[in-house]
Design a protein. Structure first.
Length: 418
């Protein structure tokens, strides 16, 4: 429908994907021939009901884009270019007035990190904004499941995961929580470098109210999904950054085991997760993980958000990890020396990483990310947008957060065979 349409100097090639409030196009700069990803973001979000989902948003976006392109029977548009520096430095109050610039503003604040997708420019129109970014043809889901690219090499798993941690730590240091870390939002270049994209659900709130769902269910922390009410529960909010830490734990399981441990961290809706709450050792029955990997995972997947391992210590532990699985090629993994230089991750043993990057991986495993045979969209689910924000800075009381443990303790009712 939009093939060969031109926005300024960008010719649209095809649609790459559709999200809650946007469509991503592959485009080529007609002056240089370089490929870019252009995300079209609907500005009038109030016309979409939260239950309408991606299809409704996509249809509305396509309608407005067609109106823009063909109002004068043209197949090209010359749109004004936005001032990125001005948008980057918008205040919280500014963004409340123009919420459709929030994603652009937050990503601009961190996109200088070498493992976050770079924004080159932004175009504007009455109903749609266009963000022009670097294009990468592969996401982590495709690499893990379809290509099984990480199945045989623990060093490559460490390299990609440490890059992810470095980028996310940089976001947190700049006051931004991503809130939707999942394989679809992690892109790879031809040299196996990872890049975080899609800041559509990101937040500068230091805390979010309990049970306010933000993100994609498979990767969402338990405090985002379900906290049991009781008379001793006085904690109303939980730190936003800790939800990203939980997502990192699930991503690390994806990389090493090519599956998820459960469908969602909701004890009333997922029996497997309920058994994990009662006995974390269940994780060793669900996944073919080594003892050392298990010990690391239970430090990340803590029910109490404040007891989850911080990113910097997590990076060190992953670099030193000697095995991921109980058998197979990931049973023995060399340690990696690393250092944080500015906002970048790099290894000191460059030759070792280069060997990992140049290796062609193969696997006879028939496992997928989940035991069930889901379609890709069903596997990840649709992201959930929070409408709740916290005002001002919030101090956290540790005793308050520890209530999560007591709230989630229930007697197991049998064991789940996987």
């Amino acid at each position: 429908m939009f093939e060969n349409c031109i926005l300024n100097n960008y010719k649209i090639i095809r649609i790459l994907g559709e999200g809650a409030f946007g469509i991503v196009f592959l485009a080529i700069d007609i002056n240089t021939g370089k490929e870019f990803a252009i995300k079209a973001i609907l500005k009038a979000r109030n016309i979409i009901n939260s239950n309408d989902g991606t299809n409704k948003c996509s249809k509305i976006l396509q309608k407005y884009l067609l109106q823009l392109l063909y109002q004068d029977n043209l197949s090209s548009l010359n749109l004004p270019v936005l001032d990125l520096n001005l948008i980057q430095h918008m205040t919280r109050e500014d963004l409340l007035q123009v919420p459709y610039f929030k994603e652009l503003s937050l990503q601009l604040r961190v996109h200088k990190h070498s493992n976050i997708v770079t924004i080159h420019e932004a175009l504007d129109s009455s109903y749609i904004s266009f963000i022009v970014m670097d294009y990468y043809h592969k996401d982590l889901f495709t690499s893990i499941v379809d290509e099984q690219h990480f199945a045989n090499d623990g060093i490559l798993i460490k390299r990609v995961f440490l890059q992810l941690c470095s980028a996310l730590e940089y976001c947190h240091e700049n006051g931004i929580s991503h809130c939707d870390i999942k394989p679809e939002n992690l892109l790879l270049d031809d040299n196996n470098n990872l890049y975080i994209c899609d800041f559509g659900l990101s937040s500068t709130d230091k805390s979010l109210k309990k049970n306010i769902s933000v993100g994609s269910p498979y990767y969402m922390a338990p405090e985002r999904l379900h906290v049991i009410e009781n008379n001793n529960n006085s904690c109303l909010e939980y730190p936003t950054t800790k939800g990203d830490i939980w997502s990192l734990g699930i991503i690390l399981i994806n990389l090493a085991c090519m599956r998820n441990p459960w469908l969602k961290a909701h004890q009333l809706q997922d029996k497997t997760f309920k058994h994990f709450i009662n006995n974390p050792n269940v994780l060793k029955n669900l996944l073919p993980i080594s003892e050392s990997f298990f010990e690391l995972l239970i430090q990340i997947l803590q029910i109490n958000p404040l007891e989850r391992k911080d990113i910097h210590n997590l990076m060190y532990e992953v670099a030193q990890l000697d095995s991921f699985t109980v058998e197979g090629p990931l049973n023995s993994v060399e340690t990696v020396e690393f250092e944080i230089v500015s906002d970048n991750y790099r290894t000191e043993n460059n030759s070792l990483v280069q060997d990992a990057v140049d290796t062609v991986f193969s696997s006879s495993s028939s496992q997928t990310l989940f035991d069930m045979d889901y379609e890709k969209n069903e596997m990840f689910g649709q992201p959930v947008q929070s409408t709740c924000t916290s005002e001002g800075d919030t101090s956290f009381v540790k005793d308050c957060a520890t209530n999560l443990i007591a709230q989630n303790q229930h007697q197991p009712q049998g064991f789940v065979n996987v």
